[in-house]
Structure formats: structure tokens, C-alpha cells
Design a protein around this ligand. Structure first.
Ligand SMILES: [Zn+2]
Length: 316
């Protein structure tokens, strides 16, 4: 007897890659500041090169991956944390998500003609020029039994870090400082980020006064602002050394680093379930001359082939 689709768990080869210490959480004792340093290392190259996007779109996607890794690692949740940006620019949709275990993935949907036109006029477009006007949503999805927590704001600012800071300024209560970078290096694409969050006084053992808290926050953001993209993306500069370089006079405390990993959750069984909800006409239309239907995972860009005759259709 042939194996039904839902039992067929085999999936094509996707990289089984884990970057230990991809996220380094830290806080500045006695100051209202906590943060995370995120460095995707080789994972950035592995995730980004599975898609054939022009370099400006790849840079934007790399920064989105660093951002979701930084934000997800600050939350206590089981499931996935996702960033979704939908605008009227050449990149019409950008999705990046990170699970509570640090599994990352992304996809970007582009209007290739509009993108070509933009890049011909502006070879180094801002993130805003790529995305246009629209909205940005951050969602925590903990499965069908749980409420989805979602915040939505308009796209504002020229780059993704400004858009994210605008999100926190308008929908959350605490201030955030965010730097994101993604570049092609001698060893491939690298992406990373540094995020500082202003927390309510309990950074250390004593409660700091308002003026002093304000000054400490200011100092921390000024120090963070001295970080260059080159340092952030340098594989040979350990994260601890980098943080010490920035905050050695600010009573830096580093917490247990966390891993990041290649994390597409697609499977043959899941896609077969999706196909089985399609009307017969659609399935016939999707069927190729060889009798197969090919479904491509938008996230990891892997093709899954299904024999048309094996797909059960809805009765209608
Ligand atoms: Zn996938």
C-alpha cells in the first residue's frame, strides 16, 4: 500500500545549521538599560543565499532577521515571533520570524519590474524606498489555542531600525535604541544587530533617580552609537569583547548566550494538506505536463513535488 501524504515526513535537504551564541543578552547594572547583541555569522549567508534577490533586498532581509532574533530573545513565549511589513514599494511583502528556540527564516515578495526601475535610478535605495508606504506588524503566535498578540504601526523612517524604533515609540511603553546591519563580507553575507531597551529602574541593585536614569540611558545610547557595522559583522571579534569595548565603564553584565538556527518548518505533509483544500480546477491548472504539481516553500525556497493523481480533492 502506498504511503499517504500525511505520513510522508521526508523533506528535502535544508541546512542543519546552528550558531551557538548568536544572541548575547546583557544589562548595565544600576542603570535602566538591558540589551541584546545579535550576530548571525554563517547563518546569515545560508539563509540569505537561498533566495535570488538583488543585494539591496538581501541587505534588508538580513536586517529583518537580526531584528526578529533580537526582539524574540527578549520575550518569554512558546511559538514564533514574526515581523511582517506590507507596503506599496517594490518589496511588497517582507516576513521574518524567529521561534522561542532561535530558529530563523524569512521571505520577501518583490515586484521585479518596479524593483528594476528603482535600482536603475537609485542603485543604493533606502529600506523605505524598497518598502514604500504601508504597515509593519509584530506578532507573537503561540499556536491555535492561544491569543495572537499583534501590534501594527505605519511604516515610518528611512531604514528598518528607524521603523522598529517608531513601532516601540508608538505601541509599546519603553524606549528602544536599535542598530541593524547586513553586508556582503569576504566570507559571505553577514547580519547583526544591537538593541538597547530602557527598563524601569531595576537594571541593578538600587533604584536610580529619574535624572540619573535619563543620563545613564543617554550615555548607553551614545556608547552604542559608536559601534560600526564593520565591528558588528566581524567574525573575528568575539561578542563579549565587542560589548566590553562599548560598555566596559558602565558595569556591563552579560547573561547566558543563546543559539540561532536555520529554521524552516515546512514539510511535505503540511503542503499536501494545503493542496487538498484546493478546488479540482485549480489543481488541474497547477498540474504540469509530467503529471506533477510543484509547491515551493516561500521561506526556504525548496520545491516539493506531488503527483496530481495522489491529491484528493474537495467534493463540491
Ligand atoms: Zn521551507
Amino acid at each position: 500500500m502506498e504511503k499517504p501524504a500525511f505520513l510522508d515526513r521526508d523533506r528535502p535537504d535544508v541546512p542543519d545549521l546552528v550558531v551557538p551564541g548568536g544572541v548575547t543578552p546583557f544589562y548595565l547594572a544600576g542603570r535602566p538599560v538591558r540589551g541584546r547583541l545579535v550576530r548571525l555569522g554563517v547563518l546569515a549567508d545560508t539563509l540569505l543565499t537561498r533566495h535570488d534577490h538583488p543585494a539591496p533586498v538581501t541587505r534588508l532581509a538580513g536586517k529583518a532577521l537580526a531584528l526578529v532574533a533580537a526582539l524574540a530573545s527578549a520575550l518569554k513565549f512558546q511559538g514564533s515571533f514574526s515581523l511582517q511589513i506590507k507596503g506599496d514599494g517594490p518589496v511588497s511583502m517582507l516576513v521574518a520570524d524567529c521561534t522561542n528556540t532561535g530558529a530563523l527564516r524569512f521571505y520577501a515578495r518583490t515586484d521585479d519590474e518596479a524593483l528594476e526601475t528603482l535600482l536603475a535610478e537609485t542603485p543604493k535605495p533606502t529600506d523605505r524606498e524598497l518598502l514604500g508606504n504601508g504597515y509593519m506588524a509584530l506578532t507573537v503566535d503561540q499556536g491555535p489555542e492561544m491569543d495572537r498578540h499583534q501590534g501594527i504601526v505605519d511604516i515610518a523612517g528611512d531604514d528598518l531600525s528607524a521603523m522598529a524604533m517608531h513601532y516601540f515609540a508608538s505601541s509599546e511603553q519603553h524606549a528602544c535604541w536599535i542598530m541593524l546591519a547586513c553586508q556582503m563580507t569576504d566570507t559571505g553575507w553577514r547580519a547583526g544587530g544591537l538593541i538597547l531597551e530602557r527598563i524601569a529602574g531595576e537594571g541593578g541593585n538600587h533604584v536610580v533617580e529619574d535624572d540619573a536614569a535619563e543620563a545613564s540611558w543617554e550615555t548607553a545610547t551614545i556608547l552604542a552609537g559608536t559601534l560600526s557595522a564593520k565591528e558588528l559583522l566581524d567574525d573575528n571579534l568575539p561578542s563579549l569583547q565587542l560589548l566590553n569595548r562599548l560598555f566596559h565603564e558602565e558595569d556591563l553584565h552579560v547573561s547566558q548566550p543563546r543559539a540561532l538556527a536555520f529554521g524552516c518548518r515546512c514539510s511535505r505533509a503540511r503542503l499536501a494538506n494545503v493542496l487538498e483544500t484546493f478546488p479540482k480546477d485549480d489543481l488541474d491548472h497547477m498540474c504540469q505536463d509530467d503529471g506533477n504539481i510543484v509547491m515551493t516553500c516561500e521561506f526556504c525556497n525548496v520545491d516539493f513535488r506531488f503527483a496530481r493523481k495522489d491529491i484528493a480533492t474537495q467534493t463540491q
